[in-house]
Design a protein around this ligand. Sequence first.
Ligand code: MN
Length: 308
Amino acid sequence: MKFVSYHAAGPRVGAVLGDPPNVHDVLLDGALWRSGLRQLIEASGGDWRRITAAPADGAPLGQVRVTAPVPDASKIIAAPVNYIDHQAEMSEAVHIDSLGVFLKAPSSLVGNGGIVRLPYHDRRFDQEGELALIMGRTTRNAAPEEALASVFGYSCLLDITMRGGEDRSTRKSFDTFTPMGPWLVTPDEAGDLGMLRLTCSVNGQLRQDADVRDLIWGVPELIAYASSVMTLLPGDVISTGTPAGVGPLEDGDQVSVSISRVGALSVTVDATGALPCPTRGAGRGPTPPAELTPVRGTAEGSRGLGGS
Ligand code: MN
């Protein structure tokens, strides 16, 4: 099942069915649900099997102005340096097993078709395409082997990032810096995570192309570790990290991330009203590549990163 979130006199959930896709009301244990997806996840105990789509005709998906699947998540946990090829392009000495996880402000969420607003004209901002998971139930100290049972679903996420030496929580938490969607896909529909492929394009140019199986810490390990640090609540988001191919964004760019069996998320970049940056972290911190890392399978990609 695919669930979209939208606003209609308050937060609402729809099930996406059919081709072309329509948005149907949803039922929990047979009763019409009239609140948001986070609240539905909590009320269902994290069991998507209790949720069904109303049979009545739905509205065309294109006519629904969607938000992020869980626009009111209590927290967004994210993984730094969780693919080896991204560690290499950033010249990072360490990866997630030295860094742990970080937090992004939930107020940075936007939905599919939204606008990413760049706050400064004198700093570099990059796209990071990522697979995100949404927690189904309250989880503390999960063992890796039981962690997947606590997941309610998956979505595409863009971890928009200002480069530099400021704290990650600042550089990645500006309003609109966490596009997510277009919907949440339940685990039965996402299937084997090891089979998922992630791609990310800017203005139609492919920048990132990776297999989710190449995560350093996979989804079970991320849930186990994050839940050893903080109690995970229904609707909490964990973003799994980005592969090689991060690159700068400019005013007017169209950014899209696609994950097989999960969906495709697209947003537009807008730098209108950008100001001088008040902090002085430029030139410090993790160093992004001056040129895009070649995508695998291309002539440049087969030469690898040597010399760059
Ligand atoms: Mn990231």
